[in-house]
Every structure is written in C-alpha cells, then in structure tokens.
Design a protein around this ligand. Structure first.
Ligand code: AHR
Length: 504
C-alpha cells in the first residue's frame, strides 16, 4: 500500500519572517567563476565591461539578494588595491589558495557594476589572513565613505563618485582551517575579529559584521571555536558563519538524502553557543547565523588536487567544476527546506557558488551558459520562499538507511508570502523506491486554491544536464484540493513545490 504523510498547516503557527538573504550566493576569484565565468570580454554577449549578458540573464532569473565576494580562501591573501584603478596598471598576483594566476582585471568596481546589473547586493569580505584591521579600514573607507579623505578620494579618482555602500562584511574566511593562509587559533582570531569589527563600526556604524565560525561541523575544533570566538567578539559582530558541503562519499542515495539532517544539529548547536555566550555576558543582543557557504561538493575533489599540484599558476583553470546529478539537486532542495525551517536563526545563506565553480550556472568559453540540475530548487526557493515560514507539522513514516536510523520519509517547509495571498509547500520524498501520498490539511486559508505543482523527478539518480540537454528541469503536475485537504502523490526521490493562491 502506498505510504501517506500528513502535513498540517495553521496560518497562525509562524516560525519567523524569512530574511530574503536566505537565498544568497557566492562568487570567489577561483577557477572560472570570474574569468571565463561572469567575465569574458571576447564573448559575443559581453557588455561594455566584459561581463557576459547571457550569464547575467541566468543570474537574474535566480533573483539573488546578496552575493558574497571575493572569497573564500582567496580573500585570505587578497590585496584589493591591485584590483582598482586603471586596468593597465593592475598587477598580476599569485593566489595561494587555489595556486592560480590572478590578473586583477576584475576588482571591486567591476564587480559592483555587475552586481547592480543582476540586481543583487554585495557581501564583502576582508582579508584577516595576511592583513588586518588597518587594511580592513582602508577598504571600508574606499567602499563606503563619502569623506574628503585619502581612500574615499582614491575611489572618486578611479571613477566611482558615489560610495558602494556595502552593508554586510565578513571578518575573513574559515580562519579555523589549517589550509587557510594566515590560519589562527580561536583566541587569536576572536581578538582580531573583535578589534576589526569594532574599528570598522567606528568608521561606518551602519554595517553588519559576520565572524567566522567553523569551516564545517567535522572540524576538530567545532563548537570550542565558536565559543571562544564569540567570547572575544560577541559585542562587535552580528552573525557567525556556518559552512557545510555535502558529500555522497561511498554511501547510497538514501544515505546521502539522510545525511542532510546533520544541518539541524549544526544549526541548533551554533545557536545554543550564541545564546550561552549572550547569557554569560548579560547581553541583550542576539547573534544570528550566516550559513554563507553550502552546496554539494565532491565530484571533482581528486582531480582538482591533482591539477593544483601538477599544473599550478594558470589563468582561469577548470577547478571545482562539479557536474551536478539529479540526486544533488534533491539534496540541495532538502538543505533549502532546513534553512526555511530554521529561518528564526539563519538569516543569511549563500549557495556556494554561482558560476562554474560548484555552481548552478555553467559557461562554455565562447559558447552558451546553461543550468545545472541544482539550479532549480534554488530558483524555486528564491521565488516562492519569501515571506513568513510557517511550521510544517508533519506526520510521516520513518525508514533506515545503511548508515542512518529513523529517517523521516518526507521533509517539508511552508512559506506564506509577504502579502499573505500565496502559500507554498516545499516537499521532498526521501524514499527512493516508493511513492508517498502527501495530504496537506490547511487551517486558516479560506479561499486559497492550488495554482501549480512543479516537481523534479527522475528514475536515474545520476543523470546530469549539459549545454545541449537540460534533462532535469521542473515538470508540471496536477494536485487535488478538496474540503481544505490537498493531496499529491510524490514520486520517489522528488522535489516538489506546490503553490496556492487566495482567489480574488
Ligand atoms: O567554496 C570553495 C571553498 O570552500 C571556499 O573558498 C572556502 O571558504 C571553502 O573551504
């Protein structure tokens, strides 16, 4: 008999207003993200700044509210001055993080123009690896100040009369990682982040600062790192970062789908640490979470290590170009569901990354730009996932995988739009060999009618898209709504987006 899951939605059962920045992304100077990615001056679609319009169009469809820039590991030895001013004077430098040549043809000003064109804001990162507070202040003055002072004047000389006005600043990147240039202990980093954020806010009190949390939940210093960093920096920062990449390793598809539950533990643990430090300091400020790197990342790890080792210092090498499968798209859908359900605490999340490098958008040099499988859950969550997260009270079956026990069959999130006229149910059936009937009971939604149900479905978990063939894209389905109960039969391993609207 087909299994059934029952979802109850009460209009008054709210989790939180969702911060639009939950649907952010990330562009790092890495591989072909910038060069031969967003920027390819000789491409037929390039604009006057060398930015590819075909890529801009695909980014616009995603409606990305914020893009983290310029790294990532790259930022920890980035000298931003090399990327501003007349292009002919710009120095080529070596990027140690990815063992690549950085031509500095794209820098802050070019990126800001691109960001304006795609309609996004910039989440800027400062180098706390090989530089520190003084440089962060110079950069902030260059970017945000309208004063008659050296760096603000330099920006004007470079042609940007108005400040860029970046509101959100990352205090370095993954400083707990031994791989990071300028890696620090928690105490060293906590002090530096505190003093840098403090001084930056003395210069511009409108900014928000993100302290580095752990590079992933498996870091040996996880939790003690967050505790120490916050002990030092609590009063000066607004968010602490979380990063997590999902790796299928040798497990089955079911294991891969179940592994995402780890996000609940990660988010809950970091939230508790924030609150513990808040209580111990008697602070009335809450530090929120910025999940500013997340995605599947595992297909190209060995190849990338090989390339960086044996063929370093090239320009725009093919690095981290994971070809995403159908099951990766489902995993990302599950992650988005988790973020919505934790939106009371997670205010920012960035799909890492956006173009070519572990990305939903891929470009061919001199050729087309195309959508990977993971493009769609992200696009649909960004489109339908804005407003208020409502509690998804679900009664669903449980199953065991080779590695995990008591895994829920169906995961769901529910979002009521800002105008309260649209309700969206996101649901994933994690069973890989069985349909599940999803029954949704709606309370407080008189006059709402289903308008669409779109799904990602496939019998082949490993199928990918490419430039010529978009094998994975949403398909339209038909849903039944009778007496306030909606019924949808979810295919095995499927991502589903059911939209209801209030009738005029
Ligand atoms: O997104 C790729 C890399 O992953 C980033 O540079 C780094 O922050 C993380 O380890």
């Amino acid at each position: 008999m087909t299994k059934t899951s029952r979802l109850t939605i009460n209009k008054s059962d709210k989790i939180s207003d969702i911060d639009d920045r939950l649907y952010g992304s990330f562009i790092e100077h890495l591989g072909r993200a910038v060069y031969d990615g967003i920027y390819e001056p000789s491409h037929p679609s390039a604009d006057e700044n060398g930015m590819r319009e075909d890529v801009i169009d695909l980014v616009k469809e995603l409606n990305v509210p914020v893009v983290r820039y310029p790294g990532g590991n790259f930022v920890s030895n980035y000298f931003w001055e090399n990327g501003v001013g007349p292009k002919e004077n710009r120095k080529k430098r070596l990027d140690l993080a990815w063992r690549t040549l950085e031509p500095n043809e794209v820098g802050i000003s070019e990126f800001v123009k691109w960001a304006k064109k795609v309609g996004t804001s910039v989440m800027m990162a400062v180098n706390l690896g090989t530089r520190g507070t003084a440089d962060a202040l110079n950069l902030l003055e260059y970017c945000n100040l309208d004063t008659d002072s050296y760096y603000a004047n330099l920006r004007r000389e470079h042609g940007d009369k108005k400040p860029f006005g970046f509101r959100l600043w990352c205090m370095g990147n993954e400083m707990d990682g031994h791989w990071q240039v300028g890696h620090k202990t928690a105490y060293e980093y906590g002090r530096l982040a505190a003093e840098t954020a403090k001084a930056m806010k003395m210069m511009d009190d409108s900014i928000e600062c993100v302290a580095c949390g752990s590079a992933n939940i498996d870091q040996p210093t996880f939790a003690t790192w967050e505790k120490e960093v916050l002990e030092q920096a609590y009063e000066y920062v607004d968010y602490i970062s979380l990063h997590q990449y999902f790796n299928k390793k040798d497990g089955s598809t079911e294991d891969f789908f179940a592994s995402i539950d780890n996000l609940d533990t990660f988010i809950d643990t970091v939230s508790s640490i924030c609150d513990e430090v808040k209580a111990s300091k008697g602070s009335d400020k809450t530090v929120y979470l910025s999940f500013d790197e997340w995605n599947c990342w595992y297909h190209t790890l060995a190849e990338d290590d090989e390339r960086m080792k044996n063929d370093p210092w090239g320009l725009a090498p093919h690095l981290l170009e994971d070809d995403y499968t159908f099951e990766d798209a489902i995993v990302n859908g599950l992650a988005l569901i988790k973020f919505i359900n934790h939106s009371d605490r997670v205010k920012i999340a960035c799909l890492a990354q956006l173009v070519n490098v572990i990305a939903p958008i891929r470009t061919e040099k001199e050729g087309p730009a195309w959508k990977q499988t993971i493009y769609y859950p992200y696009e649909q969550a960004s489109k339908y996932g804005r407003g208020t997260a409502l509690k998804a009270q679900i009664t669903t079956g449980k199953h065991n995988t080779d590695i995990y026990e008591n895994v829920s069959d169906v995961e769901a999130a529910v979002v009521l739009s800002k105008d309260e006229e649209q309700l969206t149910v996101f649901a994933v059936n994690r069973l890989t060999d069985e349909d599940t009937v999803l029954e949704v009971e709606l309370n407080g939604f008189e006059g709402f009618k289903t308008v669409s149900w779109q799904a990602l479905e496939s019998d082949d978990m490993l199928v990918t898209n490419d430039a010529d063939n978009e094998r994975i894209k949403p398909v339209d389905k038909t849903v039944i709504l009778e007496n306030g109960v909606l019924k949808a039969t979810l295919k095995p391993a499927s991502w589903n987006v059911i939209v209801l609207r209030k009738e005029a």
